[in-house]
Write a protein that binds this ligand. Structure first.
Ligand SMILES: Nc1ncnc2c1ncn2[C@@H]1O[C@H](COP(=O)(O)OP(=O)(O)O)[C@@H](O)[C@H]1O
Ligand SMILES: [Mg+2]
Length: 254
């Protein structure tokens, strides 16, 4: 029997943005548990509050209402063991691959030497061996995202937060990244929250999918995806896979 532990608990979380006199309720009354070692996908239309939700989980935004419990501790504004990756790789062009991967360690003021071996290991795991000393502009978009993934994982986060990480890649590269991500998170044993508007990506990778509705952003439904892991790309062509895709598409239609 696998022990299921909750890493993050959100209860009644609401976030509003203030713009002068106006206030916009971005997400409202969100209850969500993020379980150890799962891949949780969050799907929803643009503007429904997915990024806002991710920032709350990361501790970058304090909710106006509700509570966030990380590893059984209340939100306290201090840095959590979280790694983040975005649609754009956000690499520093004057730093090599290796130095980009090690950047968070430098920023946190920790010993770069202690993390050197780990950085090289991640670089190898993501198929970037021999590119340690290359510069970002020498790499393809997919390779740059691999560097961003290594950088997100360098400090061994318990939680990996991905905000539409493959949105700007071509279809074939995206599929390669799906398989890579799956292997890496299994190896690293971190919990992953994958925000995406790609329903197929969510069904292929996630153990569980949270479907968000808009105005204000809220959780409309939760779907457990009961395929065994690891999954192969061929799964996309099965009837069960496409039934999940259809079901979630229907849930998203307002
Ligand atoms: N910093 C901000 N200031 C004001 N409004 C914001 C800010 N960030 C997001 N919003 C608004 O909040 C809503 C949710 O945004 P966001 O979380 O980025 O959605 P998504 O990631 O699903 O596209 C949108 O209407 C957006 O315009
Ligand atoms: Mg977003």
């Amino acid at each position: 029997m696998i022990k299921i532990e909750t890493l993050v608990k959100l209860r009644g979380v609401s976030v509003s943005y203030r713009n002068g006199r106006q206030s916009l309720l971005a997400i409202s009354d969100i209850d969500l548990d993020i379980v150890s070692e799962e891949i949780l996908a969050v799907v929803g239309r643009s503007g429904c509050g997915k990024t806002t939700l991710l920032k709350v989980v990361a501790g970058l935004i304090k909710p106006d209402k509700g509570e966030v419990i990380f590893n059984q501790k209340m939100f306290n504004g201090r840095r959590r063991k979280v790694g983040m990756m975005f649609q754009s790789p956000l690499l520093l062009p004057w730093r090599t691959v290796l130095k980009n991967v090690l950047l968070p360690i430098e920023v946190m003021g920790e010993s770069v030497n202690e993390y050197l071996e780990r950085a090289l290991e991640l670089i190898k795991m993501t198929g970037l061996k021999n590119f340690e000393n290359s510069y970002p502009w020498e790499l393809s978009g997919g390779m740059q995202q691999r560097v961003a993934l290594c950088r997100a994982l360098i400090h061994r986060p318990q939680l990996l937060l991905l905000d539409e990480p493959f949105g700007s890649l071509d279809a074939i590269t995206r599929e390669e990244m799906w398989m890579l991500l799956q292997n890496v998170v299994m190896e690293e044993r971190c919990s992953t929250v994958l925000v995406t508007h790609d329903i197929r990506e969510a069904v292929l990778l996630a153990d569980r999918i949270v479907v968000m509705g808009s105005r204000p952003g809220r959780i409309k439904a939760e779907v457990k995806i009961s395929f065994e892991s690891p999954r192969s790309l061929e799964l996309q062509y099965t009837r069960e896979f496409n039934e999940y895709v259809m079901m979630i598409k229907n849930m998203l239609g307002e």
